[in-house]
Design a protein around this ligand. Structure first.
Ligand code: ATP
Ligand code: MG
Length: 456
């Protein structure tokens, strides 16, 4: 980690430093693993890091960030930074590292496809210089600072995923990331409950543009999204000055995808960039990945990537577990898309299932956090599924609405076990079955995937 001093944290965030100043070379939020580190006492739903401060010191913590006044015996042992919010303090630690880094910081948000685009972008940038990115899905107000803390002196590119479920979530993490470049992958039906409405999702995601453009950075938005015209009018001068670009399927896009051929064997398309055009076949499923690839090329290019590395970079990234990940067997395939479910992702996944061979079965669990739009969007999935699948097997109270719209192709089950039992009979009754497993994380659809794979 790039080190910083406790006094820098105290001065930057206006916190009180109790005890001697010292250089910090590691930061930890885990009292079991904090040797030689600054221990930040986070407060979570089920735990309070302040209860573990003594343990952290016993385990080698050299200083502590606390939002509670600590007893003398602790203050006498190690320096303490007293703050009003330890989560925010962790963010500032991330920023103190980030501000010393020479890396180009590329950030991205969107309703779906963030992790996918992050991985694609990282694959490209890794060919252009030393690159790092968010681990897995560490995209919230804890994950983002922890990612920034991993920046090293010689990191040249960093790709940071910023997630959000409420207004100002992005603005909050932007305070620490202060990215040089940004993209919004899309605005769609995810976390509507927290944002209050689609309009709220637009505003929440656009916070990343406000931040990057206000500091002179470059950004891009998707031209195929229904909010494109609104971005064009809300950010007129940024478009006019060339600071805000677009990617998508239009002639005017900075990076354009075309000729998309999505088949059971994979995905091929053409990408047209400012100085070259190339055809590519990627080992991923789902037509939406052509747009994801265009997004990744855009983010990489505005962050300084060499255009000649785009194709090689995309070819070196593959499917990500839980996101339309195909497991193929003699008598069936299981497309594992159980990682998460936003409305747009479900529709995209249905199109992919429709291209598969054999008896096509969608296994669908509730999509969470959709607020007032929940019933309508669950019904809409049913309407789409009716023309795309042979059978629809549902679990969860909201998918009752999906079943009603899908007619006699749909069956509703009370629990995973009943659904899997039925799925077994489907496999036995058809020479080849293609399953798609999809649902919100909270529905634990990955358990169903696991059981199906065991039958393969
Ligand atoms: P999270 O909010 O959980 O971090 P994410 O935005 O990082 O999600 P991914 O993990 O990349 O998104 O993908 C989540 C789901 O969205 C997967 O099912 C994937 O197939 C689907 N998906 C990815 N990109 C798109 C896209 N451009 N349009 C529609 N669906 C997509
Ligand atoms: Mg993600």
């Amino acid at each position: 980690m790039i080190s910083f001093k406790l006094s820098e944290l105290a001065v930057y965030a206006n916190y009180k430093l109790l005890g001697a100043d010292r250089e910090i070379c590691a930061v930890s939020t885990d009292s079991r693993n904090c040797k030689d580190a600054l221990f930040v006492a986070l407060i979570g739903e089920r735990f309070d890091g302040h209860d573990f401060i003594e343990k952290a010191i016993d385990n080698g913590a050299v200083a502590v960030v606390s939002s509670k006044v600590l007893p003398e015996n602790i203050v006498n042992k190690v320096p303490v930074v007293l703050c009003n919010d330890t989560q925010k303090a962790l963010g500032y630690c991330g920023y103190l590292v980030r501000r010393q880094s020479k890396a180009k910081i590329a950030s991205l948000t969107g309703s779906c496809g963030k992790t996918t685009v992050k991985e694609f972008t990282h694959s490209i940038l890794s060919l252009c210089g030393k690159s790092m990115c968010t681990n897995g899905n560490f995209n919230n107000d804890i994950g983002v600072p922890l990612t920034l803390l991993r920046l090293e002196k010689d990191t040249e590119f960093a790709v940071i995923e910023q997630g959000a479920s409420h207004l100002f979530d992005i603005a909050h993490t932007c305070e620490f990331v202060k990215a040089d470049t940004a993209i919004i992958n899309n605005v769609g039906g995810a976390h509507i409950e927290g944002f209050g409405s689609y309009d709220g999702v637009y505003k929440g995601k656009s916070e990343i543009l406000e931040d990057v453009l206000s500091r002179g950075g470059m950004a891009a938005v998707p031209s195929d999204n229904k909010y494109f015209e609104r971005w064009k009018s809300d950010y007129k001068s940024a478009f006019a000055s060339g600071k805000l670009l677009s990617f998508g399927s239009h002639e005017f896009d900075f990076v354009r995808f075309s000729n998309v051929k999505n088949s059971a064997d994979g995905l091929s398309f053409t990408l047209t960039c400012p100085n070259q055009s190339f055809d590519i076949s990627m080992n991923v499923m789902g037509a939406h990945n052509a747009s994801n690839a265009a997004a990744a090329c855009t983010l990489a290019l505005i962050s300084g990537a060499d255009e000649s590395k785009l194709k090689e970079g995309l070819l070196s990234s593959g499917a990500i577990k839980g996101r339309l990940f195909a497991n193929t067997f003699r008598n069936m395939s299981v497309i594992d898309d159980a990682y998460n479910a936003s409305y747009n992702a479900v529709i995209a996944a249905l199109d992919t299932l429709n291209l598969q061979t054999g008896h096509k079965v969608m296994i669908f669990g509730d999509m969470g956090e959709l607020g007032d739009a929940a019933i309508e969007l669950h019904e809409s999935v049913g309407e789409h599924a009716a023309s795309k699948v042979d059978e629809l097997l549902c679990v969860g109270p909201l998918t009752e609405h999906t079943c009603k719209k899908a007619g006699n192709k749909a069956k509703h089950f009370n629990c995973h076990a009943d659904l899997v039992k039925y799925a077994r009979t489907v496999i036995n009754n058809h020479p080849y079955t293609s399953f798609l497993v999809k649902g919100s994380h909270s529905m634990h659809m990955e358990e169903i995937t696991k059981e199906l794979i065991a039958l393969g």
